[in-house]
Design a protein around this ligand. Structure first.
Ligand code: DPM
Length: 357
């Protein structure tokens, strides 16, 4: 399939636009794309939606830890190529898989309301009833997230952590059908979307494990110049999620972190104040820099609306520019604070050690 977006004509001669949605082939990606399709269908009943499944590098390389592949756009490149070639009009991603700097010509046109951003413990059935605290010494926990391992090693020093790769279905299978892992750690959001909420034995609180930048939020990536599509998907934005995620992404971008560094965040909006807690860790979690900053996101009487202005890759047409600028500055300011305390040294060492593993 290639070329310009097609229109279709029904028996009454009514012409309606066809919107083609690119998606990865994993079950989670399909569920997420169907979810966004459903939302679009409700907003625009006359639009025809087509779904185009594709494989990505991240889906093909299953035997290497995510953090070691060193390719930032692991799950996004093929989909962006299809966008660029006009084979699809939009792509649904987990926001946390999208780099903080998108290639030229692309933008995140919608960030949907966040699901639970927390991480969850899924136990091997034989350990039913136990928690990370009560699992026996030396129990092996599967995760290839440096962020999860760093935080949890420090907090639960009696446990061992080993890489586990593959999509959610593969991981659950590896857990249940072998004796390699006592438990695995996964994002609660993904488990919920898959309908596997009942497998969650414990949701980790922010004291034990802060989440990844953008975790739990879905993003719709589009061609930055495609104003029709951009306007259409902008109605999917959830303003509070947009602002939280802009702050989180600005924090990560300033730290020059990708999806493979031990960086974690926590954000909240209360009474028009956005608060951001951010942390960087050494691989074993023993070195940690963590701080919290706040910013008012109340739209002031500042000159507003330079319509298609991007913030860390996000174009949010109907979220006040002032608030977006405040959120982005907050992320940068917190990163600068941690950088002034030595964050770059911690991250550089973590990267080197991870590469040498
Ligand atoms: C990124 C990480 C992981 C994914 C790193 C991290 C987890 C990798 C692992 C950037 N992307 O979280 O520190 O556990 O080995 C991913 C998942 C989801 C989006 C699955 C998961 C679903 C949840 C969501 C993989 N990307 O984290 O359990 O929408 O946020």
């Amino acid at each position: 399939m290639s070329g310009e977006a097609q229109n279709v004509q029904d028996v009454n001669g009514t012409v309606s636009r066809v919107i083609r949605m690119g998606t990865r082939k994993s079950q989670l990606a399909r569920i997420q794309t169907d979810y966004v399709a459903e939302k679009l269908k409700n907003l625009y009943p006359d639009v025809n939606l087509g779904i185009v499944p594709m494989s990505t590098i991240g889906d093909k390389i299953l035997d290497t830890a995510l953090s070691k592949i060193g390719e930032k756009s692991l799950f996004t490149k093929e989909l962006e190529n299809a966008l660029e070639r006009n084979e699809v009009d939009l792509v649904v991603h987990s926001l946390k898989d999208l780099p903080t700097t998108l290639p030229d010509g692309f933008t995140i046109g919608a960030v949907l309301q966040r699901e639970s951003p927390y991480d969850a413990v899924v136990l091997h059935p034989k350990n039913s009833g136990l928690t990370l605290d009560s699992l026996p010494d030396g129990s092996v926990i599967g995760t290839s997230s440096l962020r999860r391992a760093a935080q949890l090693k420090k907090r639960f020093s009696h446990l061992e952590f080993k890489d586990i790769r593959g999509n959610l279905n593969t991981r659950l299978k590896k857990l249940d059908e072998k004796e390699d892992y006592s438990a695995i750690i996964l994002a609660a959001a993904g488990l919920k979307r898959m309908g596997w909420e009942t497998r969650i034995s414990q949701v980790l609180n922010p004291e034990d494990c802060m989440y990844a930048v953008g975790q739990g939020a879905l993003a719709v990536e589009v061609r930055a110049r495609d104003s029709d599509i951009l306007e259409m998907v902008s109605n999917l934005h959830h303003p509070e999620t947009v602002l939280r995620c802009i702050a989180e992404r600005a924090f990560l971008r300033r730290l020059e972190g990708g999806c493979s560094v031990p960086v974690a965040v926590h954000t909240e909006v209360k009474d028009s104040v956005l608060s951001l807690t951010g942390a960087v860790y050494s691989l074993d979690g023993t070195d940690c820099l963590k701080d919290t900053m706040e910013a008012s996101i109340t739209p002031g009487n500042q000159a507003e609306e330079s319509a298609d202005f991007q913030h860390v890759g996000v174009t949010a047409l109907n979220v006040p520019q002032f608030s977006q600028v405040a959120a982005e500055k907050l992320g940068v300011a917190l990163a600068d604070l941690l950088l002034s305390q030595g964050a770059m040294e911690i991250l550089t060492t973590a990267r080197k050690l991870n590469d040498a593993r």
